[in-house]
Design a protein around this ligand. Structure first.
Ligand code: 5GP
Length: 174
């Protein structure tokens, strides 16, 4: 197999190192505030858990569970809220934590929904960014890794609920 054909991979150590950097950046940006981290279930649960443990400051955590239609690898932009937030976001400094931004449709829907509830500020932290697939104008403020247009699993990301528990991220055939 040539280098060009090797499956895309982000090793565990590389994820750990990048999370430390993101955590420092977020801590610096939110000094003196008490940000509310909103993890998007299920994909962001591992990333959120590692990220908040690396941020040494007062913060709060809540979860939003969504399902984007288009069962396997494609999203359609129709988003259903399966579990809403429990902590009110009005007046809060909110950071959405997402596993991957692909077309951006899911995130756009979530962002607009949270903005309509009047947060003091809203930023997005995404572990992975598949920029070339974007269909709506939305960008994460904090990005772990820019990734190519490949189907990725592991570290929270699944295919049919499999692979979420891998400590690294790898490409699979979609
Ligand atoms: P978007 O609405 O940005 O197209 O899709 C975002 C969601 O699609 C992600 O939160 C994730 O659930 C899923 N998704 C997009 N790309 C991938 C991928 O490469 N691997 C996996 N497992 N899910 C993906």
């Amino acid at each position: 197999m040539t280098q060009k054909d090797s499956p895309f991979l982000i090793e565990e150590e590389k994820i750990k190192d990048r999370i430390k950097e993101l955590a420092l950046e977020i801590k610096r940006d939110y000094e003196g505030k008490r940000p509310l981290f909103v993890g998007i279930l299920k994909g962001a649960f591992i990333f959120l858990a590692d990220l908040v443990r690396a941020i040494d400051m007062d913060l709060e955590i809540d979860f939003l569970a969504v399902s984007s239609y288009g069962k396997f690898t494609e999203t359609t932009g129709e988003v259903e809220i399966l579990k809403d937030l429990q902590i009110p976001v009005k007046g809060r400094h909110v950071i959405i934590v997402e596993d991957i931004v692909d077309t951006g449709l899911t995130l756009k829907y979530i962002k607009d929904m949270i903005l309509s509830r009047g947060p003091a500020s809203l930023r997005i932290c995404a572990l992975l960014d598949k920029k070339e697939r974007r269909r709506v104008d939305i960008d994460a403020d904090y990005v772990g890794f820019s990734v190519p247009d490949r189907f990725l699993v592991g570290y929270g990301l699944d295919v049919a609920e499999k692979y979420r528990n891998l400590p690294y991220i790898k490409e699979i055939e979609s």
